[in-house]
Design a protein around this ligand. Structure first.
Ligand code: ZN
Length: 197
């Protein structure tokens, strides 16, 4: 037990974040205590503002401060190719490669019956609604996990009556890992080697 309840509380909160252990949580709390009150206030305000301002893009469902995100609003991005990903962080990972000029669709997860995540919990209806005749290709870039695989097959089946060309990225991304942690070169290669479904 730390000799301060307020420090203890912050440590608990930091430790509740992914990948943050108790030791790192303590280090972060003490780091903040050494900052000026103004700096810590700015930090806290940035967190609350992020939470209240950020919402889903009305088109692709990635996180954005506006009604429509910068990618969907850009005339430079082709509407004929949609890349489907699980999370907004995957959009950032693919954008880092700088190769993809189409648009995205963020599902906000993957099918996982064991965790009670079904089709209605994902932005699947919205994806199907976007598969209009102008769309030439839908690239499935889901995580190489069991859930990602199940979701890939589900989307392929769901969209087959629409006649849209569905492809998936190559298996360069290691099985069981997250797309967002793949290095840029691997991700770029996976895009180049995509295969039809
Ligand atoms: Zn968007």
């Amino acid at each position: 037990m730390l000799p301060s309840e307020s420090i203890e509380r912050v440590v608990e909160l930091f430790a509740s974040l992914p990948t943050i252990g108790k030791k790192t949580a303590r280090r972060l709390a003490f780091h903040l205590l050494r900052q000026s009150e103004q700096d810590v206030e700015q930090f806290a305000t940035a967190l609350t503002e992020m939470r209240s301002r950020v919402r889903e893009c009305g088109v692709c469902h990635t996180f954005t401060d506006a009604d429509v995100c910068g990618i969907c609003a850009s005339p430079k991005r082709t509407q004929s190719v949609i890349c489907v990903v699980e999370q907004p962080s995957d959009v950032m990972a693919i954008e880092r490669t700088g190769d993809f000029r189409g648009r995205y669709h963020v599902l906000h997860g993957a099918l996982s019956p064991l965790d009670g995540i079904g089709p209605e919990d994902l932005r699947l209806k919205e994806l199907i609604a976007r598969m209009t005749p102008e769309v030439e290709e839908v690239i499935l870039a889901l995580n190489p996990t069991v859930e990602g695989e199940v979701t890939t097959q589900y989307i392929a089946k769901l969209s087959s009556p629409l006649g849209v060309r569905i492809t998936r990225i190559a298996r360069g991304v290691p099985m069981g890992s997250d797309l967002e942690f793949a290095d840029d070169a691997t991700l770029a290669r996976a895009f180049e080697g995509r295969t039809p479904l």
